[in-house]
Ligand binder design. Structure first.
Ligand SMILES: Cc1cc2nc3c(=O)[nH]c(=O)nc-3n(C[C@H](O)[C@H](O)[C@H](O)COP(=O)(O)OP(=O)(O)OC[C@H]3O[C@@H](n4cnc5c(N)ncnc54)[C@H](O)[C@@H]3O)c2cc1C
Length: 487
């Protein structure tokens, strides 16, 4: 009888379009489906609290899918190498398959593991399960990695189309004897005292949910995507980022279903292509992380090492708590804390506020998002923070400073988003909801607001903060010019 094959599930918690799982089934012989929680192995980038909450629900859903197939998900906690060695000796497995990861710690771990287990005579193989285009397959004419998004995405579109997604295997042969498994409850991934995740939404998890969400998005939302994707109250985006991070849906499934919807005339081409181009930003972030592995911790543009960042625990705290006195910023930070989610436009505004109005290092924001976002993703988070801060590849120029109240007036004109997350301001008229400091005494009184007591005064004056940031940028530029000799 063929010896078992271990399929090590990582960021691909699904059964369909899972190249490693399909290969294990095609190989013949029993399949052992394994998930390892190795927080120490991830070092600085061990999952944050919200991500662990989401992981619990994602694994629960994968367990259910596997049970339907007469299979089990073996759960183990600890060092990947030690656990894989244990399971191989417990089961006599002769093959080990997984989907590739691109986080720097994972690449170095996987390289070592591959060599180690191959030396022991195992058939060890890795597969593409997370991306449309492997980062090393897209290169400039000179053979270098791309640093600018538009030519990168053009090169992706000009290369071979991503392969059609694989179906769910009909059967996944089970082993005669199951290796020992922890239970999910043993792992205590859900917070209890306090249960800060009580308003998080566990329904938006799992392979079935992700597929039906994509269908609904293509049927009902995508037509408004191009025009309304920047409106935080409009709910026209896909909401698939966490499902993509955990791999409950694959980018190839999204790509092909979207293309099919365009071809059949079920989805209008322009907004649907715009949606695919956002997947392109995800691919670009992974491309950057793969080729520039210090992206999560160091300025991509080294000249930013000279930037005079401020240091203020108190200011950071006010930003984290959503007590800045700027309604759109506070709404975003409170939505994040209460739900683990935040709309993309608002992410840009709060990130700009932290790095420019408060001049606090982007790493503080990256760390906070890492701990609080349910879709926290090393590549997307690092690339996006550096993009907003101005220190990244193809970044927004530093002098592009989002005005937090005009952004609110433009993208939340009726104040619905602010009223939902900053309810103490809900009685203000639309003309003042984004600038309560300009409300008259009677407008404030009618709305039951006492500035400085029920809602804070702006923690920094917009124009003063803007000038301070621009001045710091000028200093950075002059230091850079002194360092760089003229050609
Ligand atoms: C400061 C900051 C931090 C961010 N941190 C993360 C993060 O940790 N994890 C994360 O998945 N996204 C992050 N983003 C990108 C983006 O905000 C989210 O992907 C998006 O809000 C998810 O909503 P959606 O699924 O409805 O997106 P849609 O608009 O429906 O887009 C479809 C998919 O494309 C990808 N995508 C969309 N926008 C971007 C982008 N700008 N960069 C990379 N991929 C993108 C996502 O996977 C998303 O699910 C961050 C953005 C900013 C400005």
């Amino acid at each position: 009888m063929t010896a078992p094959c271990i399929v090590w599930f990582r960021h691909d918690l699904r059964l369909a379009d899972h190249a490693a799982l399909t290969a294990a089934v095609d190989r013949g012989g029993p399949v052992i489906c394994l998930y390892i929680l190795d927080q120490d192995g991830a070092g600085t980038w061990a999952r944050g609290g919200a991500s662990l909450w989401r992981l619990h629900h994602s694994l629960l859903s994968l367990q259910t899918r596997l049970l339907d197939k007469g299979q089990r998900l073996i759960l183990r906690k600890g060092s990947a190498e030690a656990i894989l060695s244990e399971i191989i000796s417990e089961t006599g497995a002769e093959a080990l398959y997984w989907g590739r990861d691109y986080e720097p710690y994972a690449i170095s771990r996987d390289t070592d593991l591959k060599a180690h287990f191959k030396d022991q005579g195992l058939d060890v193989q890795s597969f593409c399960t997370r991306l449309l285009f492997e980062p090393w397959t897209i290169a400039t004419q000179a053979g270098d990695p791309y640093k600018v998004y538009s030519p990168f995405w053009r090169a992706c579109l000009a290369s071979d189309e991503p392969a059609a997604p694989l179906p769910t295997p009909h059967t996944i042969p089970a082993p005669e004897c199951w290796p020992q498994s922890d239970t999910l409850t043993d792992w205590h991934l859900l917070p209890t005292r306090p249960n800060w995740a009580q308003d998080f939404d566990p329904e938006t998890t799992g392979e079935d949910w992700a597929q039906s969400r994509l269908r609904t998005f293509l049927d009902t939302r995508v037509s408004d995507y191009k025009d309304k994707r920047d409106l935080p109250a409009a709910e026209v985006t896909s909401g698939l980022s966490a499902a993509l991070h955990f791999g409950e849906i694959s980018p190839r499934q999204i790509w092909h279903k979207t293309q099919a919807a365009i071809d059949k005339g079920e989805a209008p081409a322009k907004p649907a292509q715009k949606f695919l181009s956002e997947l392109g930003w995800r691919e670009f972030s992974y491309h950057l992380l793969y080729h520039f592995p210090t992206l999560p911790s160091e300025n991509f543009r080294y000249d930013f090492n000279l930037f005079p960042w401020r240091d203020s625990t108190e200011d950071l705290k006010r930003w984290q708590l959503g007590q800045t006195g700027y309604p759109l910023v506070d709404a975003g930070m409170r939505q994040l804390w209460q739900t683990g989610e935040m709309h993309n436009r608002v992410r840009m505004v709060v990130a700009s506020f932290l790095t420019k109005h408060l001049m606090l290092h982007w790493r503080h924001g990256e760390d906070w998002f890492w701990d609080t976002l349910v879709d926290a993703d090393l590549a997307n988070n690092a690339a996006s923070w550096q993009w907003v801060a101005g220190s990244g590849a193809d970044a927004a120029p530093y002098f592009r400073i989002f005005n937090p109240f005009t952004q609110g007036e433009k993208f939340d004109a009726q104040g619905q988003y602010v009223r939902q997350w900053v309810p103490e301001l809900s009685g203000l008229p639309n003309t003042k909801i984004h600038r309560p400091w300009e409300a008259s005494a009677s407008e404030l009184g009618n709305a039951g607001i006492t500035l400085g007591s029920t809602y804070p005064h702006p923690m920094v004056d917009h124009m003063t903060a803007r000038d301070r940031a621009l001045e710091a940028y000028e200093i950075l530029k002059s230091k850079r010019e002194k360092k760089e000799p003229a050609d």
